[in-house]
Design a protein around this ligand. Structure first.
Ligand code: FES
Length: 174
């Protein structure tokens, strides 16, 4: 049976092959938000895949459309759609932090592919310093730094996944 590991809760367990991430998480006692009931129309069940992406089902058209609309590039998946075929490591993303309009402009210039990842990085670091809203003064250097880091790792998927995992484990969660 495939083994799944879910962070930051640090839950590890064996689940039947062919089960969705959403159902498998529930089996391990972790409730992932799923507002549309698992029909790939809301994106609230988003999850970051930090290991074993090759052990998940391919992204189908419905999931691809929803991920695109929500600007959630790989390594994000919809947990209601991704089927487990082997060992995977998953990270439940942080609840979204508020960005001021000026701060959001810093993200506008970024390619869609890296925008979501950079958001996760900037928000996780802001939580460490106790910020509840991202303002331009914070966003300008923080986005630039995260962009540099992501670009440096863009050719190495494993290193990028490890980096995201490390960022998501920073202290300061609510
Ligand atoms: S629960 Fe809505 S997209 Fe997965």
């Amino acid at each position: 049976m495939p083994k799944i590991s879910i962070y930051p809760a640090d839950k590890v367990g064996d689940v039947p092959e062919g089960m969705s991430i959403l159902d498998a998480s529930e089996k391990l006692g972790i409730e992932i938000r799923h507002d549309c009931g698992g029909f790939a129309t809301c994106s609230t069940c988003r999850i970051l895949v930090v290991g074993g992406v090759e052990n998940l089902s391919e992204v189908d058209l419905d999931e691809e459309n929803m991920l695109e609309e929500a600007e959630l590039p790989a390594p994000f998946r919809l947990s209601c759609q991704a089927i487990i075929n082997g060992d995977v490591e998953l990270q439940i993303p942080e609840p979204e932090m508020q960005w001021s309009k000026g701060a959001l402009r810093e993200l506008d210039a970024l390619p869609v592919l890296s925008r979501a990842i950079i958001r996760v990085i900037v928000e996780a670091r802001a939580r460490v310093t106790g910020e509840s809203v991202i303002l331009p003064d914070t966003a300008i250097p923080a986005v630039a730094k995260a962009k540099e880091e992501v670009e440096a790792l863009s050719g190495d998927k494993a290193a990028l996944s490890a980096f995201i995992k490390q960022i998501c484990e920073l202290p300061g969660r609510e």
